[in-house]
Design a protein around this ligand. Sequence first.
Ligand SMILES: Cc1cc2nc3c(=O)[nH]c(=O)nc-3n(C[C@H](O)[C@H](O)[C@H](O)COP(=O)(O)O)c2cc1C
Length: 154
Amino acid sequence: MSKHLLIVSHSQSGNTKSMLDAVYAGTTDEEVTGVEVRTLHALDAGVDAVQWAEGIILGTPENFGYMSGALKYFFDEVYYPCLEKTRGLPYALFVKAGNDGSGAVASVQRIVAGLAWREALPPLVVQGELQANDLEICREFGMTLAAGLEMGIF
Ligand SMILES: Cc1cc2nc3c(=O)[nH]c(=O)nc-3n(C[C@H](O)[C@H](O)[C@H](O)COP(=O)(O)O)c2cc1C
């Protein structure tokens, strides 16, 4: 039986999307065989998708010291319907920021603390222009989460 991994993200100008593509490539690495991965735009991801997931990766730019409006909308949609049903869900977060990222991380952490999701990996924050090395780190981030899910570590 495959484990279900959901990736929910939003990108305004494409940088978080580049990170998403690399994260997704890691989650679907040929060495990880027992994980089914689904990616959804934050505006399209709802309660059913979250309840399908056995692990979740969230991706957002930092805008005005917060997560993107689209990811906030996602949480607005799923928070109460998922509150008692997704406790302990392992999650990981990646953030693309201009020069900070801490506000986006804190804003997500505050909400997932309420949901009682479990942080499977430390948040991955990329500041400034994306470099090839950043994308490699994103790839490893995705692969680590998927492999851990497959092995039952998370
Ligand atoms: C409206 C707006 C607000 C932003 N606010 C922040 C911020 O508070 N902190 C920061 O580090 N970067 C900030 N940035 C920079 C973005 O996080 C950065 O450009 C990021 O790469 C955008 O990701 P995206 O291409 O996926 O939309 C802001 C950018 C925009 C357009």
